[in-house]
Ligand binder design. Structure first.
Ligand SMILES: *[C@@H]1O[C@H](CO)[C@@H](O)[C@H](O)[C@H]1NC(C)=O
Ligand SMILES: *[C@@H]1O[C@H](CO)[C@@H](O)[C@H](O)[C@H]1NC(C)=O
Ligand SMILES: *[C@@H]1O[C@H](CO)[C@@H](O)[C@H](O)[C@H]1NC(C)=O
Ligand SMILES: *[C@@H]1O[C@H](CO)[C@@H](O)[C@H](O)[C@H]1NC(C)=O
Length: 535
């Protein structure tokens, strides 16, 4: 039977919520923040009284900034590069007001200066490139500076000719990828891990990071809206419907990504997730009917919600995705009833989680969920084991400067109950004032687990680490629901004993479902019947 069900159920379980696949949010170039007393590591001649010319000086270290706006909230990225010994960097954006024109091809740059003074300055500052063969100047063109470039673009310059007549520097250049010209860098996007969790050897921490600690907000507001889903198999007289009309998640997460490379080698890589008003609720209702001994389980995705990714062309592709799934297992089952319950979980505000992608581990604070459960409701006599879980998984993927990382965090609330049917002439349920003769004893269980999985993008099959962040069991007192005829009043038992089984026969006959002994008979019949038919 279970095999048959599994086969039958494997069709069409993916329920797709209204999804909008959005194009990634592309960051655009941003001005560097104004920093008082920025120390420039200047190579070559120094003309301190020519501050507006200082940006022409090749640097050992430079910073590039990007912003993106999302729902009116700015997001921010900072990319700090450090060159090797024989390499320097200049950003043409910083001295664009000195330039008359720039002409770029994949193999050349022609930089035309407005005035003689700037040109002369440049000649002195850049001639260093020609001095030794391997000296390389990385010239970064801002978006549109070449006319055709749709994003910031680095060029590796190996030789320069200066045309005094036209005030033009003609650069022999190779259009390059960022990852091919900078081997030591630090990339911070969105909210990055707090300073103390950064390793040492980070760019000097002046005010800039705090000023620009803007965020990438990832909405977690999703109503699941699972209408009644029918899993019934008419042939086997097995009936199961599942609905979850009050299921969903709320709130938002702030996302951050941080990557630091030193001489080709990644030294730090983290995702940061900070919760804001995050909660999840499942209130499933399972309607069950059948007689079988085996356990049957099924898990299916309710929705994959691609959060629009973020892109810094040539630097970073960040693609979060949220996946909701629901699973249940039932069995053994004998009888027919609707069973419902609910669980609400929430995270503390500003619960913060840092996923270390290199030496895979998770640093977290405040991620122990608050759990609230509702009593299990049963509306008829049944014997059953039921278990329902939901899973809200946040998948994070980053492709940055030649490195790929993936990590997933999932929040998994679980609700379960063992329902057993008993019969007693004295009344089954202790707290049942009416003393019903039949009762369903409910042994409920609930819990929530929070797990993380860290994967290299190149080897998704073999996670680097699977970590449990929290695993809570919520104590729910057992319950008992009475059904059927009520026990005769204290004055009646003597009479009842003398007159045989039940004095209130008509009531017993009008039961909506069979008495437990009938249930058991039917159960055994069906059970044998199935074995006969399937084997
Ligand atoms: C200031 O710059 C000019 C060139 O523009 C130079 O002749 C002069 O010596 C500089 N002064 C100082 C104090 O460096
Ligand atoms: C320049 O380089 C880009 C990327 O490498 C390439 O797509 C393009 O075709 C090249 N253009 C020319 C004119 O070679
Ligand atoms: C028992 O019966 C008496 C009268 O016969 C009635 O007053 C009383 O409420 C009954 N008790 C219950 C629990 O039904
Ligand atoms: C049988 O029990 C019901 C309550 O469950 C009561 O209303 C009815 O009067 C009883 N019938 C007899 C014959 O005692």
């Amino acid at each position: 039977m279970a095999n048959f069900l599994r086969f039958w159920l494997s069709f069409g379980l993916l329920i797709t919520l209204s999804l909008q696949q959005s194009a990634p949010l592309v960051f655009r170039d941003a001005e560097p923040p104004k920093i008082a007393g920025k120390q420039l590591l200047v190579r070559g001649a120094r003309y301190h009284n020519e501050s507006h010319h200082s940006h022409l000086e090749p640097q050992r270290k430079d910073s590039f900034y990007w912003t993106a706006s999302q729902n009116g909230q700015p997001a921010f990225a900072e990319f700090v590069v450090e060159t090797d010994d024989d390499t320097s960097v200049v950003s043409m954006e910083r001295f664009k007001y000195l330039l008359k024109s720039v002409h770029c091809t994949n193999t050349s740059l022609a930089v035309d200066f407005k005035n003689q003074k700037s040109f002369e300055y440049t000649k002195r500052a850049w001639k260093w490139v020609n001095e030794i063969e391997r000296n390389t100047l990385i010239v970064v063109a801002g978006t549109g500076q070449c006319g055709w470039n749709t994003h910031r673009l680095p060029f590796a310059v190996s030789k320069i000719e200066f045309d005094d007549h036209t005030k033009t520097a003609k650069l022999q250049a190779r259009r390059s990828e960022w990852k091919d010209v900078f081997y030591s860098f630090e990339l911070s996007v969105g909210r990055v891990a707090k300073e103390e969790v950064h390793d040492t050897c980070v760019a000097p921490q002046h005010m800039k990071r705090k000023e620009h600690e803007k965020t990438l907000t990832m909405s977690f507001d999703h109503l699941w809206d699972l209408p009644q889903k029918d899993f019934s198999t008419p042939e086997d007289a097995f009936s199961l419907t599942l609905s979850c009309d009050q299921c969903g998640t709320k709130g938002s997460f702030e996302l951050g990504f941080y990557l630091r490379n030193e001489k080709h080698v990644p030294k730090a890589a983290t995702f940061t997730l900070t919760a804001h008003g995050v909660s999840a609720r499942i209130g499933p209702k399972l309607t069950l009917s059948g007689d079988f001994t085996e356990e049957y389980s099924q898990q299916f995705d309710l929705a994959k919600i691609p959060i629009y990714g973020y892109s810094i062309p040539g630097v970073l592709d960040l693609g979060p995705e949220i996946v909701f799934s629901l699973g249940f297992s039932v069995g053994p089952v004998s009888g027919s009833a609707s069973i419902s319950s609910g669980i609400d979980i929430s995270l503390l505000d500003s619960a913060e989680l840092k996923i270390d992608l290199l030496s895979p581990h998770v640093v977290h604070s405040g991620w122990t969920p608050q759990v609230r459960t509702e009593p299990v409701k049963v509306d008829a006599q049944i014997e059953a084991g039921v278990n329902i879980h939901a899973k809200a998984a946040i998948q994070l993927a980053a492709e940055a400067l030649g490195h790929g990382f993936e990590a997933g965090v999932n929040l998994k609330p679980v609700l379960g109950a063992t329902l057993s049917l008993s019969e007693s002439t004295a009344g089954v349920c202790a707290n049942d004032e009416k003393h019903h003769v039949f009762g369903v004893s409910v042994a409920p269980s609930a819990g929530v687990s929070l797990n993380a999985e860290i994967t290299r993008a190149s080897d998704k099959g073999n996670p680097l680490a699977k970590l449990t962040i929290a695993d809570l069991k919520e104590a729910i007192p057992d319950a008992c629901v009475g059904f059927g005829p009520v026990v005769a009043n204290s004055s009646l038992p003597a009479k009842r004993d003398s007159s045989g089984m039940a004095s209130n026969q008509s009531d017993a006959d009008s039961l909506p479902t069979a008495s437990s002994s009938q249930v058991h008979q039917r159960y055994h019949r069906r059970h044998h019947h199935h074995h006969g038919r399937r084997h």
